[in-house]
Write a protein that binds this ligand. Structure first.
Ligand code: AMP
Ligand code: ZN
Length: 465
């Protein structure tokens, strides 16, 4: 499997530190709001990569943090007159609601900055002791002049970085490119005790510390959006490699940006959308599918037309699965004919194409195209006179590949209809038999399938909620 490594600017064969295992760290959200459609891109893409590794038999350990203390957290909490923890707790919960909707599996660990303070302090102390960091009036800075290769990820040298660096009022840096590891407390800010007085961690340090704590000194994959290459990931490399004296991450993966109507998304342009807003108009699953229709490194344009197209594409797959379901009950139980063997060979080739696309730097766009081609083949080649075995085999392949991408996972509608009708009938019978316990149990089972029942004079009606 090949992955594009930002560090070397090449597609490289993926070779993990330990055979058969993958240690992945992805930068998570700052939890002061619902996450927006741009944030959804790395969450969906790197979840898909994780699932693909698992499909290939790797044991994956995946860590994604929550930044629950920083300037934006403090500003937003103050604006709402609540404390930072309350704001963070709310939006961590909301993160999980949206992520689950989008089919993103929870990471193995979701560490929070505020719960990692002791480890962060120890890490910063180590950097100070090794001479890579210095304290100035309660702040601690990383000394970029101590490194030979600061800038290797973003491909810049120290002079260029220094020329572009900004020194804020009140900062006491030795070199313009130095960055904060620990910030002294300002009045009214949450703070923790440290050897440098009360303060809080800078942003970059939390990811170095969490990756080290949960995955070890050298990890396989570190990922995030392209905007994080500099300074965030550059600084993570500086911190981790200086503290441990070992390479930090072997592969650096960065997703391209999502624009809205071909413009950068921003609140002031009025084109800022949270996933929660969009989920009121389109199924979460459509949003996931939309993200996977593009290659993760290309920029992607978001608009309601694009989402509508994604919905149409997903519906096509669902309709196909519905048809297969129907054909399973309405085809003959017999061996394959010669022409059917040829169809199955085409389906097999398309599965290989899907896998080759995923192996080529997770090219989900081409992988999705292979699924569509299977649907097209199936629609033209299958009929009531096909062999049942062939229908079953095609269904198995399409479902397996949709499973890798975690799309089209809802039960197909006709199958759901049959199942719900059967349960409702069973419940009616239980009520006739005065077995109210069983009737209630069935109602609960339907509820867990998101089916709502209504007793009407015309009988029991149901709907999916
Ligand atoms: P943040 O909460 O801003 O730190 O962002 C969380 C993740 O979303 C990071 O990996 C960012 O790089 C990524 N991200 C933010 N905006 C966009 C965007 N418009 N397109 C793609 N990725 C983004
Ligand atoms: Zn990070």
């Amino acid at each position: 499997m090949k992955l594009y490594n930002t560090l070397t600017r090449e597609k490289e064969e993926f070779v993990p530190v330990n055979e058969g295992e993958v240690k992945m760290y992805s930068c998570g959200p700052t939890v002061y709001n619902y996450f927006h459609i741009g944030n959804a891109r790395p969450f969906i893409i790197f979840d898909t990569l994780r699932k693909y590794f698992e499909y290939k038999g790797y044991k994956v350990k995946f860590v994604q943090n929550f930044t629950d203390i920083d300037d934006k957290m403090i500003e937003n909490a103050n604006g709402q007159g609540i404390d930072v923890k309350k704001l963070a707790d709310k939006f961590i919960n909301e993160y999980f609601t949206d992520a689950e909707g989008l089919g993103i599996e929870a990471a193995d660990v979701h560490p929070k900055a505020t719960e990692t303070i002791g480890d962060i302090i120890r890490f910063v102390k180590k950097l100070v002791e090794k001479g890579f960091a210095y304290e100035a009036s309660g702040d601690v800075y990383f000394n970029t002049s101590k490194l030979d290769r600061y800038g290797k990820l973003s491909g810049q040298n120290l002079e260029e970085l220094e020329a572009g660096a900004r020194v804020d009022v009140g900062e006491k840096k030795k070199n313009p490119a130095d960055f904060t590891l620990w910030k002294a407390q300002k009045p009214g800010e949450p703070a923790w005790d440290s050897p440098w007085g009360k303060g809080r961690p800078g942003w970059h340090i939390e990811c170095s510390v969490m990756a080290n704590k949960y995955l070890g000194e050298t990890i396989d994959i570190h990922s995030g959006g392209q905007d994080l290459i500099f300074p965030h990931h550059e600084n993570e490399i500086a911190q981790s490699e200086s503290a441990n004296g070992k390479p930090f991450a072997r592969y650096w993966l960065h997703n391209g940006f999502l624009n809205v109507d071909n413009q950068k998304m921003s609140k002031s342009l009025g084109n800022f959308f949270t996933v929660r807003d969009i989920s009121k108009h389109f199924d979460y699953e459509v949003i996931r599918f939309f993200m996977l229709t593009a290659h993760y490194r290309s920029p992607i344009n978001f608009s309601s037309d694009q989402l509508q197209q994604a919905k149409n594409g997903l519906d096509r797959i669902y309709n196909f699965l519905d048809n297969l379901n129907y054909l399973k009950d309405n085809t003959q139980d017999r061996e394959f004919l010669e022409n059917e063997k040829a169809v199955l060979k085409t389906i097999g080739d398309l599965k290989n194409k899907f896998l080759a696309a995923m192996d080529d730097d997770i090219n989900t766009a081409d992988a999705v195209a292979s699924i569509f081609e299977m649907v097209r083949q199936g629609n033209t080649k299958l009929s009531g006179s096909s062999s049942k075995k062939m229908v079953i085999q095609i269904e198995k392949t399409v479902k397996e590949l949709c499973g890798v991408l975690n799309i089209a996972q809802k039960q197909s509608s006709s199958k759901l209809d049959d199942e719900v009708e059967a349960l409702i009938e069973k419940r009616q019978q239980a009520r006739k038999d005065k077995n109210y316990k069983l009737a209630d149990e069935i109602r609960d089972q339907l509820k867990s399938m998101d089916i709502e029942l209504q007793d009407t004079p015309q009988g029991v009606k149901w709907k999916k909620v």
